[in-house]
Design a protein around this ligand. Sequence first.
Ligand code: PEP
Ligand code: MN
Length: 339
Amino acid sequence: MIVVLKPTISDDEILRIEQSIKEFGYKAEIVKGEARTIIGAVGNQKEKQQHMNLLGQLPGVEAVVPIMQPNKLGSREFKNEDTSFKVGDSTIGGKNLTLIAGPCSVENENQINEIAKAVKSGGATILRGGAFKPRTSPYTFQGLGEEGLKLLKNAGDEVGLPIVTEVLDVKDLNLICKYADMLQIGARNCQNYALLKEAGKSKKPVLLKRGMSTSLNEFLLCAEYLLAEGNMAVALCERGIRTFETATRNTFDINAIPVLKEKTHLPIIADPAHGTGYWQYVSPIAYAAIAAGADGLAVEVHDKPEIALSDGGQSLKPKKFNIMVEKSRIIANSIGRDI
Ligand code: PEP
Ligand code: MN
């Protein structure tokens, strides 16, 4: 339910309302809008109608209305304004598009430093790189672990970019939070509810990637696990889904962008690298995603993709990345946005 507060409400009254919501067994999420402040109360209490009536009588409350959409805190019903939030000094959401770029995996110091410099000069706003890798085969490179986190953080610090990296397992969460500015929850863990809950509690910004067979409604409810823990710094990432098509690694679901933009206020990032699996299709799909309304891109960049330890075939060389950013800017500008 949404508790709509009167414009004249005092801080003490807000505190009392929040307390009551929690006493009734709901999670409370306060959103200060331009015109109004509201509190979202989410939970599955049997006495909901009675609680709504009681909350409606508290001083400072203007109205209490139920949220009909299944994705409560992520829904436009709860918050119509687009969400934006900080990752380090970068902002995700809003007029300026986010450009997440870097190698699939952190491989060694020289590799990540060179790529960090290249993507920074090409216009990246967040540096990516995996240290804990979810590989299809257990016999392939699994990532450098903590060493990779250190290298990624140093590379980010050197060029002045915040970093995003994947968390595969709840047991690594605290360690990764020490280094990362943003957590990536990958396609394979999109519906790992235990991990989502813990990532939500960490309050770190999260890049949540769509599972390869996660429907959009399920995806929105995955995000809800993070939001329900009070973590509103969540970006959703379309990265392609499994279909009958085998010419590409995945099928980038362009529909996902306008559909998600309609259903949620959270920013939407497009990953045309995993979405296609081939470097030559990355830029065209990136342009399409921006035109469709994505709030940013996540792409893989490697200076020597031929010898990359993972996902070399879908990685752009720095020069190609620069060209993609230049052309993306033209498309972004044409729809009133910027990079
Ligand atoms: C990645 O970003 O390198 C990755 C493993 O992505 P996904 O979870 O989308 O497959
Ligand atoms: Mn990858």
